[in-house]
Design a protein around this ligand. Structure first.
Ligand code: TPP
Ligand code: MG
Length: 321
């Protein structure tokens, strides 16, 4: 598959931004500057980037507790995300949500979500809205392998199927749910389960941007054409712990070291486009440097920005319609 240069550059930039962002968060967390828990998306960059590159601001996504990559890929402002993670008043949720609750309605980002399996029914609601308004919009939910076992996900699959909604179930099988491997927690196979709801379901290598791009492209097209929901299972191993600070005693050192060589979505992308002569190393290096400098600046701003005032504590608790 050959993609236009602008798609390649855009896809690479999204993946690099996710990698740099989460790698910086990892180092900041280690240094003790980040409040709360963080869950890194490193290793899964090609899934969010290859999927969200097909979506507009008026399309919706539902995310997970591991949501930084989804937010960045959907176009959330990185500076505003950092302000949120650092719990500052100008953050995307006024500093009251933090890493696991980043939401941005203007970008169609319905929210990271600490409740495993909560996003699919919400995204199905957004898909129903798009169908009702007949605006050709689609909704997508990211779902972990652990979340795939939740009853909420099956209810969402069923509703999307019977109502033929413009919905994409974007499963991310990273091999683990917290500290439990899929060999112990997953009965059967994820794509097969979705297929039982009478929707096309495809399994792809989630470290391959091109494979994700192609599969999601078909699913989004189906949704926009009114042909109903689709499911995709992208397999991309989790590089780090469940949360930062997880000692990962349940994984071997060899397994972790191997991932860097065998499952790096950015490396795979670079090797492929360089071999095909589609992009030059210099232009990708320039993106790397730009992204790194941008994150450096924005982390510095987030660290020194003001917190919400105490009087704001009870604001935004409920929304009035
Ligand atoms: C309803 C609910 N049950 C359990 C938990 C605790 N929990 C947090 S993350 C997680 C595992 C999720 O695994 P997976 O869906 O594979 O996502 P990943 O962490 O691999 O991205 C669990 C069980 C929770 N937050 N919500
Ligand atoms: Mg998982």
């Amino acid at each position: 598959m050959t993609l236009p240069r602008e798609i390649l550059l855009d896809g690479y930039r999204r993946m690099r931004a996710i990698r740099e962002f989460d790698d910086r968060m990892r180092r900041e967390f280690e240094a003790g500057t980040v409040p709360g828990f963080i869950h890194l998306y490193i290793g899964q960059e090609a899934v969010a980037a290859g999927a969200c590159i097909h979506l507009n601001d008026s399309d919706y996504i539902g995310s997970t507790h591991r949501g930084h990559g989804h937010c960045i890929a959907k176009g959330c402002d990185i500076g505003d995300m950092l302000l949120e993670i650092y719990c500052k008043q100008d953050g995307l949720c006024k500093g009251k949500g933090g890493s696991m609750h980043i939401a941005d309605m203007e970008k169609g980002m319905l929210g990271a979500n600490a409740i495993v399996g909560a996003a699919p029914p919400i995204a199905v609601g957004a898909a129903l809205t798009a169908r009702t308004l007949d605006n050709k919009g689609v909704a997508m939910s990211f779902i972990g392998d652990g979340a795939s076992n939740q009853g909420t996900v099956f209810e969402a699959l069923n509703l999307a199927s019977i109502l033929k909604l413009p919905m994409i179930f974007m499963y991310e099988n990273n091999g683990y749910a917290e500290f439990t491997g899929t060999s112990y927690h997953l009965g059967g196979d994820i794509a097969g389960r979705a297929g039982a709801f009478d929707m096309p379901a495809e399994k792809v290598d989630g470290t391959d941007f091109f494979a994700v791009y192609e599969a999601v492209g078909k699913a989004v097209e189906r949704g926009r054409a009114g042909e109903g929901p689709s499911a995709i299972e992208a397999i991309a191993p989790r590089w780090f712990g469940h949360y930062e600070g997880d000692p990962q005693a349940y994984r071997s050192k060899e397994e972790l070291a191997d991932l860097r060589n065998t499952s790096d979505p950015l490396l795979r992308f670079r090797e492929r486009v360089l071999a095909d002569g589609q992009l030059g190393a210099d232009e990708m290096d320039a993106i790397d440097a730009e992204v790194r400098a941008d994150i450096d600046d924005k982390v510095a701003v987030a660290k020194t920005a003001p917190k919400p005032p105490a009087e704001a504590l009870y604001e935004d608790v409920y929304i009035s319609y």
